[in-house]
Design a protein around this ligand. Structure first.
Ligand code: HEC
Length: 226
């Protein structure tokens, strides 16, 4: 009995290998199977990473030379994403490769956590999750627990130490010292609420009320490195 099972498994595996090897078109997940990963919601988890790291001025916001505009679901998925198949998705592989084509150009690579999220999102069908439930908690407003993870996803692509001069007005928000400076001189809340400042995150949706409350509470408590 066990022999029969093993032979059957071996046959299925080799058939799969032969079939994959013959394929010329990348495997695309059928629409009916694009059910998504329930823990990942496009607007909440994926879009901010693209806005901050790719849709920067002169890069993929439509103003640069590239015809890849990566600022909305339709634009991101239209080209370079193959639902179900991260390895065939040019946008994903461009961020995981090496050499001068590694994206984002002239900026730090995405973190393993960010790449993992994008990979899982593509793998489970690259669905357009909107009206995402909030995972935000206004009682959590430490730098390490709330502010840094938020700014890493929403701001650091433009405001990182290596490219901020050209992509973030010179404001560095991927270090505690950089964030503390704008927190204490009023520019941080100003930028996030827009009054008298350029509205941040530039090119993206405003932060949610809960996220804004976290930032305000952290600033009011002295912008500590906690
Ligand atoms: C797509 C790129 C981009 C993203 C994303 C982005 N910024 Fe900016 N930010 C800029 C640029 C460019 C400037 C300079 C704008 C100016 O001088 O008008 C700027 C300026 C600022 C300023 C100074 C405000 C002023 O008017 O002087 C603050 C504070 C700021 N950003 C905070 C943030 C925060 C916090 C986030 C994330 C929640 C964020 N930014 C996301 C590009 C970006």
């Amino acid at each position: 009995m066990r022999y029969v099972v093993l032979t059957t498994i071996a046959f299925i595996v080799s058939a799969a290998i032969v079939l994959t090897a013959c394929k010329h078109q990348p495997y695309v997940l059928p629409v009916s199977m694009r059910t998504g990963d329930s823990s990942i919601c496009f607007e909440r988890d994926i879009l901010p990473i693209f806005i901050s790291n790719c849709a920067k001025s002169g890069c993929h916001d439509g103003s640069g030379e590239s015809d890849y505009v990566l600022n909305s679901y339709d634009n991101i998925v239209r080209r370079g994403i193959v639902p179900g198949n991260p390895e065939a998705s040019k946008i994903y592989t461009s961020m995981t490769g090496s050499g001068e084509d590694l994206m984002p150009r002239d900026s730090p690579p995405l973190s393993a956590a960010q790449l993992g999220l994008i990979k899982e999102w593509i793998y489970s069908g690259a669905v357009n999750g909107t009206n995402c439930s909030s995972t935000c908690d206004t009682t959590n407003f430490t730098y390490s627990g709330a502010i840094k993870p938020m700014f890493d996803n929403y701001c650091a692509g433009c405001h990182n130490s290596s490219s901020a001069a050209s992509t973030g007005g010179g404001y560095i928000l991927d270090t505690y010292d950089g964030v503390k400076t704008v927190a204490l001189n009023g520019k941080l809340i100003g930028g996030l609420t827009g009054s008298g400042y350029t509205m941040m995150p530039q090119g993206g949706a405003p932060l949610s009320d809960c996220q804004l409350t976290q930032v305000k509470k952290w600033v009011a408590a002295g912008a500590l490195n906690n």
